[in-house]
Structure formats: structure tokens, C-alpha cells
Design a binder for this molecule. Structure first.
Ligand code: AMP
Length: 278
């Protein structure tokens, strides 16, 4: 399998992004990257990338509850790049009552995936905005193999900056910890403060520290719902992960660590992947 579709060479002559054409990376090199990234505690607390580091397109993957949103925001701030969430783009279209929004609305409320064609065109449009020129964090896209291939082909066109391929980073949290994060979650209905009965419990059980309101639990924060969501997540992401893993554009980071350590591990994985995909 090639590291990138035929037009990949276009990335190679990008003065900023590369010093040669894209290199094929074997699966063993790819898994080497994965192993490196998972030993994130070994990293020095600050991942050094240099001032001219171009993050490029980064797909962040993670099951519900791994803290993907928080980690995405840290990258957005650090690199001053946008986060592109197809869920948000679709909801924006629905809110504005566009034709696309009308098509997507019913499918989204049924919990199914919106047609590749619709999502791809929406992303194609979004990637033409100049704020993407240093890179962007992809959230919720690509979700299918066809979307991943479409994205590869699209951004191999030199009109899209930066001329770098997508790299995918998956935040992995152990099943037990994820279960505790979700089933332990309690919220104050008044001040919205979020607790966790396992890791960040209120002083008095089920009572908010700040306004003494009775804490509530979301009806879907239960183990059966969690198991279903995990199954759907695994089934949906497997082909996308396989796509990037096969091409050495994939790394896993250990999401069981502190927020800061996970952030450092993600930045280091990104630096390693950019080096490896030059
Ligand atoms: P999200 O906010 O990412 O959970 O997405 C909410 C809903 O939008 C999903 O359940 C899908 O119906 C739709 N959606 C978002 N991204 C995609 C995508 N890449 N492909 C297809 N459907 C999507």
C-alpha cells in the first residue's frame, strides 16, 4: 500500500512542510510510533517542536469520555489553528435552515451517519478558508473509509495548504477508567459544576459544594448505554484507524494520565508523525 495517493508528491516540494517526497512507512515503523507514543510518561514535560513547526491536518480520535474535546482545545490554542467538527458544521447548517441542513437533520436525529457526499462537500468548502493554512484539528471526520480517502485525495491538491497529509492520533483510555468517568459523573443542576464520585467527589455525597443543590446524573451515563456507545465507536472507527495505521500516519497516546501529560504525549506524537511522513 502506498503512503499516499499518486498526487502525494505534490507535498514533497513544499518548502515549509517537507524536504523530499512523502516516504512510504511500513506497518512495523507505524507500530513503532504507536509504542513510542503510548509510553507518554517517558516524554520530557515540554514537547519541543520549534517555532516553524507546521502541525498540518490532525485527526483526533477517542471514545466518548476520553477528553478529546479538551485536548483538541489545547492544540487549537497552542498552534492557533481551527478545530473542524463535522457535527458542529452540520448543526450550523440545520440552525441556518440550509438545504444541506434540511437533508442532514432527519439522519442526524436517527443517530445514523449522514451521506459521505454531503459531509465531504461540506468539509471541502471549509478547507478553503484561509485559517486552515497552518493546519487544523479534525473532529468527527473522516468517520468512514470513503471519507478518509476523499480527504487524502482532496488535500493532495496543491491548492490546499498546508501541503501535508492527515495524521491521526487516538487517545486511549482503559475500559474501567472510562466506565468510572462516565458512570461517576454528577452535575449540579444550579451552578452546572461537574463532579465525579470516584475522582472528584463532593464533600457531602450527592450534594453540591457550592450551593448545596442535589446533584443529578444524566440518564445516559449508565453502563449499558456506555457499552452500546463503545461498540458503535469501535465499529465506526476501526476502518479509519486501519487506513491511517497501514500508512504509518497513526499513533496512540495513553489517555489514562493527567490532562497535561496527555497533552504532551499528543504533541510529541504529532512531532514524530510529521517527521515520519515527510
Ligand atoms: P458528532 O457531533 O460528531 O457526534 O456528530 C453528530 C451527528 O452528525 C452524527 O451522529 C452523524 O449523524 C453526523 N455526523 C457528524 N460527522 C459525520 C461524518 N463525518 N460522517 C457522517 N455523519 C456525520
Amino acid at each position: 500500500m502506498t503512503a499516499f495517493p499518486p498526487r502525494a508528491a505534490a507535498f514533497g516540494d513544499d518548502a515549509v512542510g517537507s524536504e523530499g517526497s512523502l516516504t512510504n512507512i511500513s506497518a512495523s515503523q507505524a507500530s513503532g510510533l504507536t509504542a513510542h507514543a503510548t509510553t507518554s510518561t517517558a516524554y520530557h514535560p515540554t514537547a519541543q517542536a520549534g517555532n516553524d513547526f507546521l502541525p498540518g491536518p490532525v485527526l483526533l480520535l477517542g471514545a466518548p469520555g476520553v477528553g478529546k474535546g479538551t485536548q483538541a482545545q489545547l492544540l487549537v490554542t497552542k498552534y492557533n489553528i481551527p478545530q473542524i467538527s463535522t457535527g458542529d458544521l452540520l448543526r450550523g447548517n440545520i440552525a441556518r435552515g440550509t438545504e444541506l441542513g434540511l437533508k442532514a437533520k432527519e439522519i442526524m436525529s436517527s443517530g445514523h451517519l449522514v451521506d459521505d457526499e454531503i459531509v465531504n462537500q461540506m468539509v471541502l468548502h471549509r478547507l478553503q478558508e484561509p485559517d486552515t493554512h497552518q493546519g487544523y484539528i479534525l473532529d468527527g471526520y473522516p468517520r468512514t473509509l470513503d471519507q478518509a480517502k476523499f480527504l487524502d485525495r482532496t488535500i493532495a491538491d496543491p491548492i490546499f495548504l498546508p501541503r501535508l497529509p492527515v495524521v491521526a492520533i487516538s487517545i486511549v483510555v482503559s475500559y474501567d477508567q472510562l466506565l468510572q468517568r462516565i458512570t461517576g459523573r454528577r452535575t449540579c443542576p444550579t451552578c452546572k459544576h461537574i463532579y465525579n464520585i470516584y475522582s472528584n467527589a463532593p464533600k457531602v455525597a450527592d450534594v453540591c459544594d457550592y450551593d448545596e443543590a442535589a446533584l443529578t446524573q444524566r440518564s445516559d451515563d449508565t453502563e449499558p448505554v456506555f457499552i452500546e456507545r463503545m461498540k458503535t465507536f469501535d465499529a465506526q472507527t476501526a476502518p479509519v484507524v486501519a487506513h491511517y495505521r497501514d500508512q504509518g500516519r497513526f499513533a496512540e497516546v495513553d489517555g489514562n494520565l493527567s490532562l497535561e501529560s496527555v497533552n504532551v504525549a499528543i504533541e510529541q506524537a504529532l512531532i514524530d508523525l510529521r517527521r515520519a511522513t515527510r
